[in-house]
Write a protein that binds this ligand. Structure first.
Ligand SMILES: [Zn+2]
Length: 323
């Protein structure tokens, strides 16, 4: 079941069903229908005439049949509750693309999980714990003011503001959003997109968020007062180490690829009247076996070929015998 297709771009949006019913015959007015709907749908409408002889009745718009169902009522109530508790989620069509981007951020997997949790309200801050009925001090333990929300800890707390200020990352034009973590994450995820060369200082933002969260926990559970410069230093060190490790890994990977390419080089026969000796060794660690072989060839004739395999449990030496 669907609404009939309207054939014109412009139509009366206040049109009601009764204006399409012939008051004399109490049936659909074909002329009025043809002016608005496509011919195929007019045909269908004419086969289903309005029930003018029946008393008016209520129809539940969330089911196709118009019958009320508890399931659709529950979904409606749940959506309304979410709309009230998380209005940011409804400010834009969907925040799913934002969540997807988190998995592509250049950082360690544990920080990606942390970022995803922050976006999904999965961090145990006072505001969310209170909402779940747990009695806690709702204020921020770092600054002593306001309500401790995820956005407050990561962007709005004076500690966070100081850390962002010394980070070298430009703040949004009007500062970080005071309540919407989605807006703030959207800004961080778009950092450097419009620039041809992205400054190295931009890449540290996931570690800054992680360090801010760790500092809050250090204060809460171990009583260590966070110092902005230390929080930033820690974030920078961790980020630099990780990016350096990626460079080393890339080097190893490219060297391995070069070696593989070298191995794939085809054997070429020696020049005329020359003899060539190729030697090769290999070992199997799990079976404690090693083997070696060599082959002497002239341009077209195979002279010798020796292959021997030996256990290397007690003796590493491999003896090659002539055949
Ligand atoms: Zn605070």
């Amino acid at each position: 079941m669907r609404a009939p297709w309207i054939k014109n771009y412009f139509f009366d949006v206040n049109l009601i069903a009764s204006s399409l019913i012939d008051t004399y015959t109490r049936l659909w007015n074909p002329t009025a229908l043809c002016e608005i709907f496509v011919p195929g749908d007019v045909e269908m409408l004419l086969k289903n005439q309005p029930a003018v002889l029946k008393e008016d009745f209520y129809s539940w718009k969330l089911t196709r049949s118009g019958q009320f169902s508890v399931k659709t009522a529950y979904n409606l109530a749940f959506e309304e509750k979410t709309r009230l508790s998380q209005p940011e989620a409804f400010n834009q069509p969907s925040i799913n693309p934002l969540k997807e981007k988190v998995w592509k951020v250049l950082t360690v997997p544990k920080i990606k999980v942390f970022l995803w949790k922050a976006l999904n309200g999965g961090l145990s801050v006072a505001e969310l714990m209170e909402a779940r009925g747990i009695k806690v001090d709702s204020g921020c333990q770092v600054c002593g003011g306001s309500t401790e929300s995820i956005n407050h800890i990561l962007f709005e707390c004076p500690l966070a503001r100081l850390v962002w200020a010394i980070s070298g990352i430009p703040n949004p034009q009007n500062g970080f959003h005071q309540t919407s973590i989605f807006v703030n994450f959207s800004y961080l995820l778009s950092l450097g997109k419009k620039r041809k060369v992205v400054p190295n200082s931009f890449r540290v933002w996931p570690w800054i968020l992680w360090s801010l969260w760790k500092s809050r926990n250090e204060l809460l559970f171990r009583g260590f007062t966070p110092i902005p410069s230390n929080v930033m230093l820690c974030a920078n060190q961790d980020a630099d180490e990780w990016f350096e490790a990626q460079v080393v890994e890339e080097k190893i990977l490219s060297e391995t690829q070069v070696n593989i390419q070298k191995r794939k080089e085809k054997w070429k026969p020696p020049p005329k009247d020359w003899s060539m000796c190729n030697v090769g060794f290999d070992w199997n660690k799990s079976k404690n076996l090693a083997g070696g072989g060599w082959v002497i060839r002239k341009r077209e004739v195979l002279c010798f070929a020796i292959v021997e395999e030996r256990s290397v449990i007690s003796n590493l030496g491999i003896r090659l015998s002539l055949w």
